[in-house]
Design a protein around this ligand. Structure first.
Ligand SMILES: O=c1ccn([C@@H]2O[C@H](COP(=O)(O)O)[C@@H](O)[C@H]2O)c(=O)[nH]1
Length: 224
């Protein structure tokens, strides 16, 4: 399979985003643009980044009533992202309507439980059960609603893939064995994520904050 690494270009600085993407473009499979970038540059910035020639993953984690999310997905349609995120906890109708509003070539994936959360955070939000149970429940909902896959941590992906073999599994919270974990809590190595069944890996700071981002991307890609 082609390179599974989508590098998270998390910066509000367009010139820096372009420079980073140019540096790593030969050792990643795509560019992930999230809220930090999109709030600063919107659709124009996404088009600028698309000129680099890699697939674009728009990680906007949409979460609202079904009509609002569907209209937002429609508005993003001309950007033709390869992947677009919504929150699974928005519910069945929201997921169905998001998928129906997306262009045919866009994978709609549902965020289950953020990788920055652990069991204790989950319990603080009033959810009973383990992260594995919670992710599994939301993955079942996402599959039933007809979206293409989910975002989850590398700790849950194997179990979910068993129940949804054709699902598309996006795994952030990925760190090389000696990597700085930062605000992530459910973390696995790139190799472990792929072995567990990740379709793609989202990797930000281990690449973008490295002294030599291209060398960092190359080193991670070599472990896969
Ligand atoms: O559960 C989630 C969903 C999305 N993300 C995003 O992935 C990257 C991770 O960046 P790192 O620097 O590698 O931690 C970031 O853009 C998040 O918004 C996530 O981490 N977890």
């Amino acid at each position: 399979m082609s390179n599974r690494i989508y590098v998270a270009i998390d910066t509000p600085d367009l010139a820096r985003a372009q420079a980073l993407a140019q540096k790593v473009r030969h050792h990643v499979g795509g560019l992930k643009l999230g809220l930090e970038f999109f709030c600063a540059h919107g659709a124009t910035g996404v088009r600028e980044m698309a000129h680099i020639g890699l697939p674009i993953f728009l990680d906007l984690k949409l979460h609202d009533i079904p009509n609002t999310v569907a209209k937002a997905v429609q508005s993003l349609g001309p950007l033709a992202p390869a992947i677009l995120t919504v929150h699974a906890s928005g519910g069945r109708a929201m997921l169905e309507d998001a998928k129906a509003a997306a262009p045919a070539g866009t994978k709609v994936v549902a965020v289950t439980m953020l990788t920055s959360l652990d069991a204790s955070d989950l319990s603080d939000t009033g959810v009973i059960g383990s992260p594995a149970d919670h992710v599994r429940r939301l993955a079942d909902l996402a599959a039933e609603a007809g979206v293409d896959g989910i975002v989850c941590s590398g700790e849950e992906v194997a179990a979910v893939k068993k129940a949804w073999p054709k699902g598309f599994f996006v795994v952030p919270g990925v760190r090389p064995a000696d990597g700085v974990i930062g605000d992530q809590k459910r973390v696995v190595t790139p190799r472990a994520a792929v072995d567990a069944g990740a379709s793609i890996l989202v990797i930000g700071r281990p690449i973008t904050q490295a002294e030599d981002p291209d060398a960092a991307a190359r080193a991670i890609a070599a472990t896969l």
